[in-house]
Design a protein around this ligand. Structure first.
Ligand code: GLN
Length: 547
């Protein structure tokens, strides 16, 4: 640990979606692999207090941390790359900044002064950036500024960065991520958008130290020299970030481009040896050279935007690599499934996952998907709403309670098998009021989950208001669906299983938030293993039948 924390700011220009989160996480990984302790923070320029109230179509998945913060999905990348947990302090929005400033104003803490964007909002931004350094735990705080330079809403953040660069002269660094587009008509890479975007930074007083240039084609010496000259950066500070097949290759790519050594050099830190990335490279090898392949259906209602299920798809990559198996995800829209087309939609799958979600759209399709998996012995994992629909399906089609439902959707049901949690009944505000974050769960011995986790007590993250209604637990257990994981304090059902099925697990919690490259999630590993087994069994049966 160094005496003073270094601050690295990552900004973006030209367009959004260039992958600032992945570049930040990759740099953090390289620094971590050199023995430094690093944390990453995302500053989001929107007015919502957090993304918890946002529709996934707006911003993709809402990621949940152990401490129950509803955060930007980039925090998921940070945890998956670094294998360290993040918290509320790692994600701050404009809404939250203004909320604290306004609360202080109401308390009279500004002593009669006019409260303004500069200095009050920028001071609050700087405070939030530096909070992470206060523990003295981190050598580096990497702060990713959401949005694109030039956006009105990003201005206070860039101004806060400018002030920090001035106040902590040798301890800060700015990395600007831009795009070098290829014009196929001209057959050329074009640097002008990058020049303009650096000019926008200069207009607000910030000179980037390093440029990371996203490109579809390699940058030759001439282009690098041109970018360096027009953007006032050294040639060695023009870093190429070429498109790759998987985000997990980016740290290796950044190492080849010497992003980490450039950062260390500019911050006057020693650069001794190469980062230790042995395990990372082994993971990549397993990911890229699988020995088998399975097809898993991801049934959800936001599948037009794959980012809505980011942590789930990443968990499959991790667990696939752990099983040396390629998981081919087939994205299936739950609203388009019905009992007539079910075979056509799900018939080619080796396993089915029903995703989390809210509200009624697509719910009957999800129930059909569960029925198909249950009746055909197809490995099944239901997450949160996916678990809740598994319970509803069992109640309707096995126990025979035809109007069984969740009260989230049907208040008048005579069998509210999923019902609002007691603690939720008096809640009026929707923002930040779900059951959020990590809770203990005790697993029953001799079950699929205890086999997967190889331990009795686990902690998993939650994000829901409704729960399994314990008034019906006896009926379920009598009929063959059992609770195999429970919260030891409250008795809330966290996991259900059907022991007579080859592999059928519904989890009220979200295992996907805890899967990392270094520690693929045990439940996903077991699910993929069961899928491989199921596929092999089917193939064997088919070949025996054809003999
Ligand atoms: N809508 C359900 C609830 O609030 C499930 C939530 C989820 O899938 N994350 O309980």
């Amino acid at each position: 640990m160094s005496d003073s924390t270094k601050y690295i700011f990552v900004t973006g220009g030209v367009t959004s979606s260039l992958g600032k989160g992945i570049i930040s996480a990759s740099l953090a990984k390289l620094l971590q692999a050199r023995g430094y302790s690093v944390t990453i923070q995302k500053l989001d320029p929107y007015i919502n207090i957090d993304p918890g109230t946002l529709n996934p179509y707006e911003h993709g998945e809402c990621y949940v941390t152990n401490d129950g913060a509803e955060t930007d999905l980039d925090l998921g990348h940070y945890e998956r790359f670094l294998n360290v947990t993040t918290s509320q302090a790692n994600n701050v929005t404009t809404g939250r900044i203004y909320q604290s400033v306004i609360e202080k104003e109401r308390k009279g803490e500004f002593l009669g002064k006019t409260v303004q964007v500069i200095p009050h909002i920028t001071d609050e931004i700087k405070r939030r950036i530096q909070i992470l350094a206060q523990s003295g735990e981190y050598d580096f705080v990497i702060t990713e500024i959401g949005g694109t330079v030039g956006d009105i809403e990003s201005l206070p953040y860039i101004e806060a960065v400018r002030q920090m660069l001035w106040e902590k002269r040798n301890e800060c660094l700015v990395i600007h991520l831009t795009l070098i587009p290829f014009l196929s008509a001209a057959g050329e890479l074009k640097t002008k958008p990058t020049q303009h975007s650096v000019k926008s930074m200069l207009e607000v007083g910030v000179q980037p130290d390093i440029l990371v240039c996203r490109t579809e084609h390699p940058l030759d010496e001439t282009i690098r020299r041109k970018v360096a000259l027009f953007c006032n950066v050294e040639e060695t500070s023009v870093i190429e970030s070429i498109d790759v097949d998987t985000i997990y290759e980016v740290p290796i790519l950044m190492q080849k481009e010497k992003l980490d050594t450039e950062v260390l050099r500019k911050l006057n830190l020693p650069n001794d040896g190469d980062p230790e990335l042995k395990e990372w490279k082994e993971f990549l090898k397993r990911l890229k050279e699988p020995k088998s392949e399975v097809k898993v259906g991801l049934v959800g209602k936001y599948i037009e935007l794959k980012d809505s299920y980011k942590s789930i798809s990443e968990s499959f990559y991790h667990a696939g690599a752990a099983n040396e198996c390629k998981v081919d995800l087939k994205w299936i829209h739950s609203a388009k499934i019905n009992d007539e087309n079910i075979e056509e939609k799900l018939g080619d799958l080796d396993a089915i996952l029903v995703a989390p979600g809210f509200g009624s759209r697509g719910i009957e399709g999800k129930i059909e998907a569960v029925k198909f998996a249950r009746e055909n012995g197809i490995p099944f994992l239901g997450i949160c709403l996916g678990m809740q629909v598994a319970v509803i399906e069992y109640a309707r089609n096995v126990i025979g309670w035809h109007d069984a439902h969740t009260t989230e959707i049907e208040h008048e049901t005579t069998k509210p098998v999923i019902d609002l949690m007691e603690e939720q009944k008096s809640i009026k505000n929707l923002g930040g009021t779900m059951r959020l974050g990590a809770y203990d769960c005790e697993l029953k011995e001799g079950t699929k989950v205890s086999e997967a986790y190889k331990t009795e007590l686990i902690q998993e993250r939650h994000r829901h208001r409704y729960e399994f209604n314990n008034a019906f637990l006896k009926d379920f257990e009598y009929n063959g669906m059992i609770a195999t994981g429970k919260n030891p304090k409250t008795g809330l059902v966290e996991v259900v299983e059907i022991p007579a099925h080859p592999w059928f697990v519904g989890a009220q919690f979200h295992p996907e938030y805890k899967s990392t490259v270094e520690k693929p999630h045990p439940l996903f590993i077991a699910f993929v293993a069961a899928t491989i087994k199921h596929k092999e069994k089917l193939a064997k049966r088919r070949s025996e039948m054809s003999k």
